[in-house]
Design a protein around this ligand. Structure first.
Ligand code: SIN
Ligand code: MN
Length: 206
């Protein structure tokens, strides 16, 4: 279903599998994400300080990542009270191909970037075991992704992520700071009304 044996680009220790998902796989995964969003609608998370994040998000799997006035955490239910839907099967296939761990992820976060949305530099550190990687799949519009090291201050590098790219934050890059500075709104025809989807797969529990 997707390109095997790709040689990844090295982004400061993170591995970028450019174009791992071809056109057919991307369309199928978008359909699977639509099913998730139909059951667990996208919502605008707030930070603990009450600021609204510019991305909208939802989740699938046993646990979903949420942020509100009580802070960041994983929750077993959507803010509206329903269980999270199952992780899209194609996303699970990507995890099984690249994670190197003999277990499935607990969570697949779905971020949607509409025009002007971005994500500040942060570490993914709400999980119980940092030896498990974080795997992120890009669909739709291009995103200017920035990655640094494990310290907040320090050099960063920027890279355009395009639809079908898969990034693995693992090993020494598992706790690398990263964020999305901007998207090129309308650069891809994959989604019916533009924008970017990012799926993030994580094993969560201790
Ligand atoms: C994230 O770090 O949660 C999202 C990264 C991305 O959108 O590429
Ligand atoms: Mn992240």
């Amino acid at each position: 279903m997707f390109a095997q044996d790709l040689v990844p680009l090295d982004l400061g220790g993170a591995k970028l599998f450019k174009g791992m998902l071809g056109a057919a796989a991307q369309s199928e995964l978008v359909e699977q994400v639509r099913e998730v969003v139909a059951r667990a609608p996208l919502f605008h998370p707030q930070t603990a300080s009450g600021k609204q994040m510019s991305v909208r998000m939802t989740s699938s799997g046993r646990l979903g990542w949420v942020s509100d006035r009580r802070g960041y955490r994983y929750e077993p239910r959507h803010p509206e009270g329903t269980d999270w839907p199952p992780i899209p099967p194609l996303a699970l296939d990507v995890w099984q191909a690249l994670s190197g761990v003999p277990r499935d992820p607990d969570s697949c976060l779905v971020n949607f970037y509409a025009e002007g949305a971005k994500m500040g530099m942060h570490q993914d550190r709400d999980e119980g075991d940092f030896s498990w990687p974080v795997i992120s799949i890009s669909l739709g519009d291009d995103a200017l992704f920035r990655i640094g090291g494990v310290e907040r201050k320090g050099p960063t590098q920027s890279h355009w992520l395009t639809s079908g790219d898969v990034l693995v934050l693992g090993g020494p890059a598992r706790l690398a700071y990263h964020g999305v500075d901007r998207i090129r709104y309308g650069s891809s025809a994959l989604l019916k009304s533009s924008g970017r989807l990012n799926l993030t797969l994580r094993a969560v529990d201790q």
